[in-house]
Design a protein around this ligand. Structure first.
Ligand SMILES: O=c1ccn([C@H]2C[C@H](O)[C@@H](COP(=O)(O)OP(=O)(O)OP(=O)(O)O)O2)c(=O)[nH]1
Length: 152
């Protein structure tokens, strides 16, 4: 059976006033996160507002993490993205998920309580280890650094 990560619903409006997050289709990678403000909130141009989601998670498994990403439509049409560009939820984080919602547009943006403002995906993680070396020969591909391949 597929293992599922437990996400706790802290805000009782979720599941009552607003639908619980769901994977919209069989192929959906993410679930939408809602802005669980107490009231309608305006984000001024250039402003970032830390937004509660009403959801708490403890991933616990170090082989997993979660990413908070902008919703494509809000980002490309309304300039509503994330103040940290991408949010990383560590497997040992325990607590409410917050989304720093950034209005990078030139116009104020109104968020009603419960609006879907970002999305969350759970991803596999492989940790790196660091090894001190005496000598290192770069491969042909590594020489010259960024943009060195000359390919367009
Ligand atoms: O958009 C986000 C990003 C992070 N977090 C939570 C989960 C994450 O595990 C924790 C710390 O995030 P991060 O490690 O990115 O923050 P930091 O600024 O590097 O601080 P820290 O010193 O806590 O690592 O904050 C959120 O709720 N929303």
């Amino acid at each position: 059976m597929k293992r599922k990560i437990d996400i706790k619903v802290l805000d009782k409006r979720l599941g009552n006033e607003f639908p619980l997050p769901t994977y919209a289709t069989e192929g959906s990678a993410g679930i939408d996160l809602r802005a669980m403000f107490d009231k309608t909130t305006e984000i001024k141009p250039g402003e970032t507002i830390l937004t509660p989601t009403g959801l708490s998670m403890h991933i616990a498994d170090p082989n997993l993490a979660a990413l908070v990403l902008p919703r494509s439509g809000l980002g490309s049409k309304n300039g509503i993205v994330l103040g940290n560009l991408v949010g990383l939820i560590d497997s040992d984080y325990q607590g409410q998920l917050f989304v720093p919602v950034w209005n990078r547009s030139q116009t104020p943006f109104v968020i009603e309580a419960g609006d879907r403002i970002a999305q969350l995906i759970i991803v596999p993680v492989v940790q790196a280890e660091f090894n001190i070396v005496d000598e290192f020969t770069e491969s042909a591909r590594g020489e010259g650094g960024f943009g060195h391949s000359g390919k367009k």
